[in-house]
Design a protein around this ligand. Structure first.
Ligand code: PMP
Length: 444
């Protein structure tokens, strides 16, 4: 270490003011309006520490984390194997631009490709976020097919840039600014609240109509979240995915599975949720929990699709960062070593059983849905009319905080509570959750 580096390393750490007022004031003063707008609770919740499936606020109160920092913590907060992998990489080289070669991201790409269905030649393009992956998938689909139109579902979320945002079917996530042209929307086959009620055929007919009326009948592709996340944990029926894939491919389009929320072992039956339907997409986009907190995303594409987008040099500065890739490799290894896919399936069944019991007890719980450790409940004023119980959802949500539970409120009507805990959650945690959740409803 040279003298300057040595002096810096031995300096006292920069001061951090942990008092609540100071944190709130700084955020209010220095965050831009959009960045400070996303606040779930009436009063700010400040977190200082996390371990496994637990979080502690700045006063030392312990919470059960059923949100995993918006699914970014997949295998548990502060997992020692991830810390070790990242520190080891950090000590030798913190970044290696993709124009130079480094083995760690290359190993990671090989390991990611191996998670995909056999019989296809998969390649990986690493990014730092899901949004970048969605944007890249748009460009790859358009380059490969030579077509422009893209189909997306009502209530979809695919990212925050004006490319990815153009595919978002939730007005709260669409800015009043010009988006990328060429996206057309089709009704989501939401079996609880969809515009055609239950069943798949009416939604496939609607997709036919969309293709006939809103596209040139030559499309670049369709984006589908196999379980919509921000849309309110809406599972897309397997028959719909199969029928949509047929129709999309018949007009020259690619099938793009957005697995940013539902993928990576969480739903238990398969590693990727698209696999439940039997459809093999042409591209998958993934992010969030794949880095367990490290910024990391990827497009996994059939080789020929990615090849078509090679006439220009396409470069995400931190796309193949070796620290992020080291974290990503560790996540994959932990999922395997700790059997987290099967664990998610088993814990998911227990969570579902507890939520069904609560639904029997509380009339306001209109629907319980999801798979594995991706669950949602929808609150309604009346089970027949399904009028969204928006204020009640906000009230019960505030109560869950008092019960030391962290979850999220989502859905287009903000009347869905989402539970997507780190996959290391245990049976005793689910019992703790069920008791606290029951009390929250009773007190509300
Ligand atoms: N797709 C889905 C399904 C998502 O939920 C998100 C993020 N919530 C994204 C894409 C965008 O990912 P990121 O926020 O990492 O850019």
């Amino acid at each position: 270490m040279n003298e300057l580096a040595h002096n810096m390393a031995t300096q006292p750490a920069l001061p951090v003011d942990w008092s609540a007022d100071a944190i709130i004031n700084r955020r209010e003063t220095f965050y831009s309006a959009t960045q400070r707008a996303f606040v779930p609770y009436e009063n700010p919740l400040i977190f200082k520490q996390g371990r496994g499936q637990y979080l502690w606020d700045e006063q030392g109160n312990k919470f059960l984390d059923l949100l995993g920092m918006n699914l970014c913590i997949s295998v548990g907060h502060a997992h020692p194997a991830i810390q070790a992998a990242v520190v080891k990489q950090m000590e030798s080289l913190m970044h290696c631009t993709t124009m130079f070669y480094h083995p760690v991201p290359a190993h990671y790409c090989e390991e990611l490709a191996a998670t995909m269905p056999e019989g296809h030649d998969w390649v990986v393009h690493l990014t730092s976020s899901g949004t970048e992956a969605a944007d890249l998938a748009i460009q790859m689909a358009r380059s490969y097919t030579g077509n422009t139109d893209l189909v997306t579902l009502h209530n979809a979320y695919h990212g925050a840039t004006c490319g990815a945002q153009s595919l978002c079917g939730i007005s709260n996530f669409r800015a009043n600014t010009v988006q990328l042209p060429g996206a057309v929307f089709t009704p989501a086959p939401d079996q609880y609240r969809g515009m055609f009620g239950e069943g798949v055929e009416p939604y496939l007919d609607a997709l036919d109509r969309t293709l006939h009326t809103a596209t040139s009948k030559k499309i670049a592709g369709m984006f589908i979240e196999p379980i919509q996340g921000f849309g309110g944990v809406v599972p897309i029926p397997h028959d719909y995915i199969c029928g949509a894939a047929e129709r999309v491919r018949a007009v020259g389009g690619l099938v793009i599975a957005d697995e940013v929320q539902c993928g990576f072992a969480r739903t238990g039956e398969n590693f990727w949720t698209f696999q439940d339907s039997g459809v093999v997409p042409d591209m998958v986009i993934t992010a969030k929990g794949i880095g367990n907190g490290f910024p990391l995303g990827a497009v996994i594409a059939k080789r020929e699709v990615a090849e078509a987008f090679s006439d220009k040099f396409h470069f995400h500065t931190f796309g193949a960062n070796p620290m992020a890739a080291a974290a990503g490799r560790a996540v994959l290894q932990i999922i395997q070593n700790e059997g987290l896919q099967e664990h998610s399936r088993v814990m998911g069944e227990k969570l579902l059983a507890e939520l069904k019991k609560l639904q029997d007890k509380y009339e306001i719980i209109g629907d319980v849905r999801g798979k594995g450790l991706m669950m949602g409940i929808e609150l309604v004023k009346d089970r027949k009319t399904k009028e969204p119980a928006v204020e009640e959802t906000a009230r019960v949500f505030e109560k869950t905080r008092e019960k030391r539970l962290v979850m999220s409120k989502s859905g287009t009507n903000r009347n869905v509570l989402r539970m997507l805990p780190p996959m290391c959650i245990q049976e005793s945690d689910i019992e703790f959750f069920a008791k606290g959740f029951d009390e929250a409803f009773a007190e509300m």
